[in-house]
Design a protein. Structure first.
Length: 374
């Protein structure tokens, strides 16, 4: 049995090696390393895949969120509602721009933003909501959009972990994650479901006017070279990464299906044990399983399980060990332990197991046996 990885990027690369090399050679042969033709080709391909009017490639997923917020004239101190149980990048761009993150609880089953708690924390300073489609499935976007519309709030979806997930609205319409709100942001970090071989990101929106402003911001605030209409940043997806992503986009549906098969085998095995709660799949969203995250019972020694798995050569991760409202970087906002008890509890009980497109049944059976033997 080959060594078990949290994500097997080498195995995935070996299956598409020649296609990737061909695309990279085209970039090298033309030396169009910045904003080359392949960037536009990937952009167009992603627009078609997501069925969205505009995709704006950028340097990484964190930039994508920041650039979206830069496009609006929110006043300093404006409040942006965001779940605390998420990666720090979702929160740090809010603080960097001088806005105030207002931390919201998550649901105990999907771990996505709690709509009731969200609504209770809206004030006259609130300007936007950033729902995070955590681990690979969409937040409850119908209800969230209703709350946003009623309170005149913008919605910026963080879909870094859920690209390709589909949301089914109450009217039966189906939308891809990241295309429902005013804008969406995603990351192409190498371990993502659609990952580059370096950093990369993208913004998506159906608002053409907003898209034009976003395209200026990512390129130093200019629509015409050396004429700067707004304050911008230097955040471009380089051609080499676009070449890789162009190839991998063709396989994304297959990658997501492979992850789902792995997740299903895990859940079938773990669902019979009262000390493990497998991931919950909502009725309104497909799940693309960027992470397979289980919740352990209160009396289970999580570190003991981690050590046990490590001794057997099985990696694991905790996403995330500290909720953002208790991170030292955000203590300025005055949150304390006990303010978001569910988020805090999840940080003490969740653990993520290896999941990737190349996992074979022998590896997975070994992982399952290693977990259950604890």
């Amino acid at each position: 049995m080959t060594k078990i990885q949290m994500v097997d990027l080498i195995g995935q690369y070996n299956n598409i090696k020649e296609e990737v090399k061909d695309e990279l050679d085209k970039v090298l042969d033309t030396a169009a390393f910045i904003n080359g033709p392949v960037v536009k080709e990937f952009q167009s391909g992603l627009e078609n895949f997501l069925e969205v009017r505009n995709v704006i490639p950028c340097a990484n997923g964190t930039d994508a969120l920041q650039i979206i917020m830069m496009a609006y004239d929110f006043p300093k101190g404006a409040e942006v509602l965001v779940p605390s149980f998420t990666y720090v990048a979702t929160v740090e761009v809010i603080a960097l721009l001088g806005f105030k993150p207002v931390f919201v609880e998550v649901y105990p089953d999907t771990f996505n933003i709690d709509i009731e708690d969200l609504e209770s924390k809206i004030t006259d300073k609130s300007v936007a909501i950033v729902p995070v489609h955590l681990y690979g499935q969409c937040a409850d976007m119908d209800r969230l959009m209703e709350v946003a519309k009623k309170n005149h709030l913008k919605v910026f979806e963080d879909t870094a972990q859920a690209i390709g997930a589909e949301y089914t609205s109450s009217d039966g319409s189906i939308s891809k994650a990241g295309t429902i709100g005013d804008a969406g942001a995603t990351s192409f970090f190498p371990s993502k479901n659609l990952g580059a071989y370096g950093d990369g990101g993208a913004i998506m929106t159906n608002d053409d006017q907003l898209a034009a402003k976003l395209r200026m911001i990512v390129n130093h605030g200019q629509s015409k070279r050396y004429y700067h209409d707004s304050i911008g940043v230097n955040s471009r997806l380089d051609s080499m990464q676009a070449a890789v992503l162009k190839v991998k986009l063709k396989y994304l549906d297959g990658y997501n299906k492979a992850r789902y098969q792995v997740a299903s085998r895990y859940s079938e095995a773990f669902g019979k044990n009262d000390w493990i709660t497998p991931p919950y799949e909502s009725e309104f969203s497909s799940h693309v399983y960027h992470q397979y995250t289980i919740k352990l019972a209160d009396d289970i020694d999580r570190q003991g399980l981690i050590d046990h798995l490590s001794e057997r050569g099985v990696p694991s991760m905790i996403y995330y060990p500290v909720p953002n409202h208790l991170q030292k970087a955000y203590e300025y906002y005055g949150y304390k332990k006990g303010d978001l008890p569910l988020s805090e509890d999840l940080c003490s009980h969740v653990i993520s197991l290896p999941i990737h497109t190349e996992m074979d049944k022998e590896q997975q059976e070994y992982i399952i046996d290693s977990v259950l033997s604890f």
